[in-house]
Design a protein around this ligand. Structure first.
Ligand SMILES: NC(=O)c1ccc[n+]([C@@H]2O[C@H](COP(=O)([O-])OP(=O)(O)OC[C@H]3O[C@@H](n4cnc5c(N)ncnc54)[C@H](OP(=O)(O)O)[C@@H]3O)[C@@H](O)[C@H]2O)c1
Length: 324
């Protein structure tokens, strides 16, 4: 038996139950991983609340972690006992030890610690595909990133700044504005006090942005569309404030023949070669020092409820990890 956090019925942070679970021997194509650190992500709250349905009940919540391989199942050739690995994979994350499909694991370079890995695999690979695949950010482009001081946000600001973009970011407080600025966000906007569309207009001298990265959802829609120039790209990649309601596609025409996409990391890393290439680019940019992984909160795994409460209360910045 190992310690884990399970959900028996969906709801608020209080449904997170710290208890012992069985971990079987790995089956064909699986590995067993002793986890040293587990990532906390907003998507965990969607599974916990039922916004995203879990395949079964009860389930071990969590989608990201890092640790060492303790057993390999039949047919696994890429990994051996003792390998340092990290992953993003559907559920099973909040546990001291877990079974993982081997084709979702990535070997960790020696320069990356378990804690860094747990703070970056999901968020950092997301930033890779958002900035480098969904819409290719280029030097000199003004771009808008919402929740710039958050987990995805601080990595995105650094990476976009490294690519030469003029990063505009929204943040919930003055402290977060300072933090975002120190991480490459040239123009933080306090969107709880300021009209962010007006500020984007002012900063870009009326040109507006070719792309908006929006993980906030309900609260920033449709204003995010007004930050785009004609034929700009609206990248709606999350629902921190709740999901966007049904959209009439005519709104995209009215606001300037806009493009809209609602991407998810799962589809950008579905093929093993895409997973490895995305992870490699992330490892390279982190090892080079161009992007640092700000693990700003650490909680013991047993305090997962508190971690979720703090995430909802907008009290966290950068990445948060749980230690089994
Ligand atoms: N599609 C994908 O592939 C993918 C992958 C990873 C993450 N995501 C999405 O990216 C977003 C950020 O994820 P994250 O894990 O890095 O979280 P996070 O940004 O660290 O936390 C969410 C932040 O959203 C802001 N926020 C605005 N309105 C909020 C509200 N009503 N309630 C709570 N927070 C609110 C807060 O920042 P301020 O106080 O500064 O407003 C808060 O800190 C989430 O929507 C997540 O689902 C998507």
């Amino acid at each position: 038996m190992v310690a884990a956090v399970r959900v028996h019925k969906v709801g608020g942070p209080e449904v997170l139950t710290y208890e012992d679970v069985d971990v079987p021997a790995p089956g064909p194509g699986q590995i067993r991983v002793k986890q040293h650190a587990v990532g906390l992500n907003y998507i965990d709250t969607y599974f916990r609340s039922g916004l995203y349905p879990a395949p079964s009940m009860p389930f071990v919540i969590g989608n990201e972690g890092a640790g060492e391989v303790t057993a390999v199942g039949p047919g696994v050739t890429e990994f051996k006992v003792g390998d340092r690995v990290a992953y993003v994979s559907a559920l099973g994350g909040y546990a001291a030890e877990r079974i993982l499909p081997a084709d979702r694991a990535v070997k960790l370079p020696k320069e990356i610690s378990y804690e860094q890995a747990a703070g970056m695999m999901l968020k950092g690979m997301t930033v890779q595909y958002l900035l480098r695949q969904t819409f290719k950010v280029e030097k000199g482009m003004p771009i808008l990133i919402h929740a710039a001081a958050g987990g995805v946000g601080l990595i995105a600001c650094q990476w976009a700044n490294h690519l030469g973009a003029e990063v505009i970011g929204t943040v919930g407080s003055k402290e977060k504005a300072e933090l975002a600025k120190a991480n490459g966000c040239r123009h933080p906007i306090l969107y709880r006090e300021e009209d962010f569309v007006a500020r984007v207009k002012e900063i870009t001298k009326g040109e507006m942005c070719p792309v908006v990265y929006d993980g906030i959802g309900k609260a920033t829609f449709p204003a995010s569309l007004d930050c785009l120039r004609m034929r700009g790209m609206f990248v709606s990649f999350g629902n921190a404030s709740g999901p966007i309601e049904a959209i009439n596609p005519n709104i995209l025409q009215q606001k300037g023949s806009l493009y809209m996409t609602r991407p998810t990391l799962v589809h950008y890393t579905a093929k093993r070669e895409d997973l490895l290439a995305t992870a490699k680019e992330l490892f390279d940019v982190v090892i080079s020092g161009k992007v640092k992984i700000p693990v700003n909160q650490k909680y013991p795994l047993k305090d997962a409820q508190k971690a979720h409460q703090d995430l909802h209360a907008r009290e966290t910045t950068g990445s948060t990890i749980l230690i089994p």
